[in-house]
Design a binder for this molecule. Structure first.
Ligand SMILES: C[S@@+](CC[C@H](N)C(=O)[O-])C[C@H]1O[C@@H](n2cnc3c(N)ncnc32)[C@H](O)[C@@H]1O
Ligand SMILES: *[C@@H]1O[C@H](CO)[C@@H](O)[C@H](O)[C@H]1NC(C)=O
Ligand SMILES: *[C@@H]1O[C@H](CO)[C@@H](O)[C@H](O)[C@H]1NC(C)=O
Ligand SMILES: *[C@@H]1O[C@H](CO)[C@@H](O)[C@H](O)[C@H]1NC(C)=O
Ligand SMILES: *[C@@H]1O[C@H](CO)[C@@H](O)[C@H](O)[C@H]1NC(C)=O
Ligand SMILES: *[C@@H]1O[C@H](CO)[C@@H](O)[C@H](O)[C@H]1NC(C)=O
Ligand SMILES: *[C@@H]1O[C@H](CO)[C@@H](O)[C@H](O)[C@H]1NC(C)=O
Ligand SMILES: *[C@@H]1O[C@H](CO)[C@@H](O)[C@H](O)[C@H]1NC(C)=O
Ligand SMILES: CC(=O)N[C@H]1CO[C@H](CO)[C@@H](O)[C@@H]1O
Length: 630
């Protein structure tokens, strides 16, 4: 490119050009002086220079060019574009008086920052530091006609999504690292003392100086959780923790010590409980580095696929399984794998008063009607009893029932993803492959993670695609993600894959001391059955709403090509607010997307005072700091 000398320009009388150049210079300087992003901008420039520039050839995935000049545009210069139309087009995002239209990705090889001029505010109110928009909608809860079925613990999302950032509790610190965190967490990070008193006799949690300590007690674990776990396997050896049984659900998990200790046995547990009077139980679990989510057996289906869990556990979990014609238990039947077990540890199993006896009799009738078989019933040395049921492996029992009550579900209608779907009163048919054969139990763990998933379609290229996907993620994770300088992996424990696909990202991390919550967005292809088949855990979610988790519960969020699809339905600003909410200060995001999406997201994150950088021309690495608005 020819050098442009000022002398030449003057000679050629290109005054307008000089004038424009001067304005650009002055305005850039003013921007740098006045931008409170100044420090993070320079940080990012340094980082960009560090990352690979040599390997990249120009492609659709923007790459880093030798010129690392930051391109900073003012929104006002950018509102006109090819298909400019002042109505709300899906590619635009708006925030009061700032609109960004079609950032042209091919032109910009670096992060483009638009100053959004958003004035962020802190969330207000009594629960601000623990705010969960869809669970803390007190207005909607107040208007509920009934609370008998736990409606007040279900999701009621505020419209529009609140655009505030959650404040930090006083004295919040970087969490205690795993594995120490399983046994102790900072009190200041989750300053909720009620369970210490309330469950004192059951040894759930103790306050010791600056820490909350978890000795592994629970309502049903009088001799400690390890003994309890071993007792279950001794009662029914075919459970084979960590071989036959890999993915389980703990209903009404308390502080999730059961799931936390099963990790020692290579079992991964989705622990859940509602946000109820067991104050902050799920927040404790996640701060401990144990997989958990907020959920409730209420009026709606759980957000898990059919036939997902190898085993479901409930220890005095306070659910009336036989209520409403047995719909709550039939929900467990739906998500339990054929041949899977339900371990129920509760007083009706071993106490002989009238109330318990009535519940027991009702359970006998209900489990018989859905063809569950009692495979064990026992009492341990401390006097606590449990019963283990098994879901049928074949349909013959369904057909042999004298009365078709509950009825089998219609063949078609149950295919939809369970997202705000009421509990059902019918029995789903057992899954069959395209040849009509019943789908079998997955391969034993650990081979299971890379074996062909039983629910993979039998389309000719499905298995090939699955193998390709596994390879793609294995190499991306080992060559790029783990190798990258921008991420300190030793500060990571709780990971969320926001758009998990087949779970390849989680699979590639399986030998490392992390766990991954695999989210399958409800508008994407339904791959969650495959994730469970592989022995991983996951959940359905709509990223246009808030997730059922407390603030600051994840260390790293990963998103691969999520945002284009999402921004067809909601504003990327709202998604970024939710990412900021669930990520702890010091936490990281790793996003791969088109440059258009990366630039949009980046501008929002910068406005929230995150530091960000582009790695290898296509991965946005973001680091949330401790900054909060006043
Ligand atoms: C007595 S505690 C038992 C905790 C734990 N399973 C143990 O044995 O230590 C009861 C648990 O059930 C949960 N729970 C209550 N109602 C529930 C519902 N409808 N669905 C799911 N969990 C529920 C509570 O939040 C609490 O975690
Ligand atoms: C980045 O550069 C280093 C050294 O220059 C090289 O070893 C590595 O393979 C590169 N990474 C990628 C993904 O190209
Ligand atoms: C702008 O968009 C609206 C709604 O999508 C459409 O009705 C209108 O014709 C568009 N105008 C132009 C100039 O494209
Ligand atoms: C744009 O969206 C806003 C709310 O998101 C709505 O109030 C307004 O009517 C929309 N404008 C057009 C032209 O569709
Ligand atoms: C745009 O918004 C900012 C902050 O919200 C405000 O200070 C400014 O006056 C607004 N400009 C216009 C033209 O409305
Ligand atoms: C947008 O404007 C309204 C009033 O014009 C103001 O109350 C609100 O705080 C603004 N939002 C942002 C994010 O600046
Ligand atoms: C990485 O994180 C660990 C644990 O939080 C910390 O001890 C270490 O100093 C960090 N390393 C760097 C280079 O920041
Ligand atoms: C993207 O979202 C739309 C609905 O907004 C959906 O119909 C489509 O299937 C989604 N695309 C992909 C690749 O999942
Ligand atoms: C190497 C790599 O990740 N390439 C990606 C480039 O972007 C397209 C979508 O635009 C992806 O499909 C590729 O995987």
């Amino acid at each position: 490119m020819a050098m442009i000398s000022v002398q030449n320009l003057v000679k050629e009388r290109k005054y307008p050009f000089i004038f424009a150049l001067a304005i650009l210079l002055v305005s850039t300087t003013i921007f740098f002086l006045y931008s409170n992003n100044f420090q993070s901008l320079t940080f990012s420039l340094g980082d960009l220079q560090k990352s690979n520039r040599t390997t990249s050839k120009p492609s659709q995935n923007a790459t880093i060019s030798p010129d690392t000049t930051q391109k900073v545009d003012d929104a006002n210069d950018n509102t006109k574009s090819d298909d400019s139309n002042d109505s709300n087009s899906s590619n635009d995002y708006e925030n009061n008086n700032t609109t960004i239209t079609n950032i042209d990705s091919n032109d910009h090889n670096n992060l483009l920052i638009v100053d959004l001029k958003i004035k962020w505010v802190a969330c207000k109110g009594p629960v601000a530091v623990d705010y969960i928009p869809c669970l803390d909608n007190f207005q909607a809860i107040k208007e509920l006609k009934s609370r008998r079925h736990m409606e007040h613990r279900e999701r009621h999302c505020p419209q529009p999504s609140p655009r505030c950032l959650v404040p930090l509790p006083n004295g919040y610190k970087v969490p205690v690292p795993w594995p120490k965190s399983r046994d102790m967490i900072w009190y200041d990070n989750v300053p909720h003392p009620k369970l210490v008193e309330y469950k004192k006799d059951q040894h759930w949690v103790i306050k010791k100086g600056d820490f909350l300590v978890f000795p592994g007690g629970g309502t049903q674990f009088k001799d400690g959780v390890t003994n309890y776990i071993n007792f279950i396997e001794k009662t029914l050896p075919s459970i084979e923790w960590g071989r036959h049984t890999r993915v389980i659900l703990d209903v009404g998990c308390g502080v999730a010590s059961f799931g936390g200790y099963l990790l020692d046995k290579d079992v991964i547990t989705m622990s859940f409980a509602p946000k109820d009077e067991h104050e902050a139980q799920i927040q404790f679990a996640l701060e401990r580095g144990i997989p958990a989510t907020l959920s409730v057996i209420g009026t709606q289906k759980l957000t898990f696929p059919d036939n997902a869990f190898d085993l479901i556990h409930c220890a005095r979990c306070r659910v009336h399984w036989d209520a409403d014609g047995g719909k709550p238990l039939m929900e467990l039947n739906r998500i339990l794998r054929p041949g899977g077990f339900f371990v129920w540890s509760a007083t009706p199993v071993y106490r002989d008063d009238e109330r318990d006896r009535n519940v027991w009799n009702s359970m006998v009738a209900l489990t018989k009607s859905i063809c569950w078989k009692v495979v064990a019933k026992t009492v341990d040395s401390s006097g606590i009893g449990l019963v283990i049921y098994q879901k049928p492996l074949s349909s013959s029992c369904y057909e042999k029932r004298q009365e078709s009550n509950p009825p089998l579900c219609e063949q078609q209608n149950e295919k939809n993803v369970p997202w705000y779907v009421p509990l059902s009163g019918c029995l789903p048919r057992l899954p069959v492959d395209s040849m009509g054969n019943l789908v079998g139990w997955p391969t034993q763990w650990p081979d299971r993670i890379s074996s062909k998933p039983p629910s993979l379609t039998t389309l000719s290229d499905a298995e090939e695609m699955f193998i390709e996907d596994t390879k793609h993620w294995a190499s991306l994770v080992s060559d790029v993600y783990l190798d990258g300088p921008a991420i300190n992996w030793s500060s990571v424990r709780n990971i969320m894959d926001m758009n998990a696909g087949y779970g390849g990202f989680a699979a590639a991390l399986i030998d490392l001391p992390y766990w991954v919550m695999n989210v399958v967005p409800i508008h994407m292809e339904d791959t969650l059955p495959i994730i469970f088949d592989r022995g991983l855990i996951g959940i359905y979610h709509d990223w246009c709403e808030s997730l059922n988790t407390y603030p600051r519960t994840y260390d790293l969020l990963h998103a691969s090509f999520l945002f284009r699809n999402l921004t067809q339905r909601c504003d990327i600003i709202d998604v970024a607010v939710e990412m900021d909410r669930i990520l702890r200060p010091g936490g990281l995001i790793l996003v791969q997307d088109t440059m258009e999406m990366v630039n949009k997201l980046n501008s929002v994150l910068r406005s929230m005072q995150w530091s960000t950088s582009l790695y290898q021309g296509q991965f946005l690495v973001g680091n949330k700091g401790f900054w909060r608005p006043k």
